[in-house]
Design a protein around this ligand. Sequence first.
Ligand code: SF4
Length: 306
Amino acid sequence: MMRSYEIKRISPAVNKTSQKIGPKILVNPYYGCEHQCLFCPANDGFLKRKAFDDFREKGVIRVVENIIDHVDNYILNNDYAKVIHLSPVSDPFQPVEAELQLSRQIIKHAADINMPVAICTKGSVPGELYPLIQKHPHSFVQISILTINEAKRKMLVRGSGASVEELLNEIEAMSDYGIRIIARIDPIFPYITDDMAEFEALVDELKKRKVRYIVSSVADVIEGALDRERGYLEAIQPGLSEKYTNLYTEKINGRLHANTEYRENIFSKLKEICESKGLEFGITWEPDINGNSINHKYSHQISNML
Ligand code: SF4
């Protein structure tokens, strides 16, 4: 898909580009994510925002040029703002960042005003940003590494994103620099990355690089996306589309989830593997069939950090 930008300066008073949730300031400089992961909730439209439809259908990335104004505006109006989250709905280090460097500006600004920053990425964080991230003791980076198997990673992160080797090197370099890392093996894709031997091999590599925290989930699917991706699933593995239809039977809050039995079985195994190696394990928000969280069964302290 050809990509283009639509760059906007938006008044902080009216824009929803950044939001606050309790002490977190959620900052999204880019709308649309070039990594194009399979079943990406943002690109698939869970926010119901035209910007993401435009990315999916036309390849247009919306860019908020004056993002620092928004960060300052929220801090000014909310005494309890404690941490800048970069970026909840699209990757802050997707290829567009190399050209526009808005994520870099945000990290620099956080360091200047002595506010911790929490980064989540499947891309490469430039080494020159490490001192800025490390400056605040409560800053941390979540590196999303879906699998140890590079062929599978490329199948799932279809547009861009760092390779498995690059991500592991990045984790090692940040750990050595004293930056707190959470590894997100997240989400697990049923019948693709739910191989426990591969999961365990990845956990071993992460542990060697001083990772202490692992977070996971099982992919959920925005309505309509499964039909859109049937051909892609079949290309990965004949019959996979039907397996997904049979597994994704729980519709909870407008999203399709793998059935609870499958998810709980996976989480139990992942937790057991991580804890047997002395690592802390947690899951992102995960509902049962009634929409109630099952996180307390699998996560402890780690959930408070995310
Ligand atoms: S990195 Fe995150 S936001 Fe970007 S395509 Fe993948 S799942 Fe979506």
